[in-house]
Design a protein around this ligand. Sequence first.
Ligand code: GZL
Length: 338
Amino acid sequence: MLNRRNFLTAAVGVAAATGLAACAKDDGGSGGSGGSGGSGGDKKITLGFAQTGSESGWRTANTDSVKAAAPEAGINLKFSDAQGKPENQISAIRSYIAQGVDVIAFSPLVVKGWDAVLKEAKAKKIPVILTDRSIETSDESLYVTLVGSDFTDEGRRAAKILEKVLEKAGHKGKVKIAQLEGTTGAAPAIERAKGFKEVMDAEHKDDWKIVVSQSGDFTRAGGKQVMQAFLQSNPDINVLYAHNDDMGLGAIQAIEAAGKKPGKDILIVTVDGVKDGFAAMAEGKINAIIECNPLLGPQLMDVVKKVKNGEKVERWVKTEESDFMQDQAKAELPNRKY
Ligand code: GZL
């Protein structure tokens, strides 16, 4: 969600927020965050983390990474699971504010609706870090930084790798694309669709068309259910672009139930790179995967310490990730950590 303009504005925001963190630290005895969470010096930092839920293999790996990295960094972690409900995330953040944690981090389920609760955190001088997903806000000082991927770039990469998949398959004729979108209103869903469309509009105006597009909510069940409907309404689909592996894996079940061959009759590109996605790709059922790294725990803890110590942090700590074609799947599968 951050473009060049936002980035510059945000740099100012960082100064303000970091200043907050710094002055929070300078509060000394009041526990830095204005609560019992821990003042400067050697007292353990307390981090309140509000997770989205457990909707996908990616999310499970992300949760495991955060939970493992906290003790390794000597950080006291309070963790909550919103079970897919933004209102639960807001309640969890309010609870962390009331407990006076030192830092709050969360993966916003959707981009809108966070200003009020983040203003409450700012009023208590508790710095907020976004992990994984970004938000839309008019006040850039409400969070210090985003630790996560560039989803728009992932969408562009998905379209570019689809060009290679079509060439490798010797595809001829029109490309009729079904798109399984992530959770409605979530940054990865908005941005993976946007990046894909950018490339399609610029380079494939005449030969590619997204004939149907709907949210499968990042789950296997959602992907299967929506793909069943796609196949009934658009039986001539020949490409599936799924915003995550889990929806792609659900869609594969629907494609096979319809008597079609996933990876052959319908070429499939997904995003994430979880083990099960690579296993399906090794079986020839997925044609390419755009990696989105969930192992954000260590980076997050490093940023938490810097923010707590009033150090300057980048406005966006981007994660490194690669892209994989089907012929790389077998060799890569043993390396997958999630
Ligand atoms: C992406 C993350 C998305 C994954 C899905 O960073 O927010 O949410 O792509 C997960 O698997 O559910």
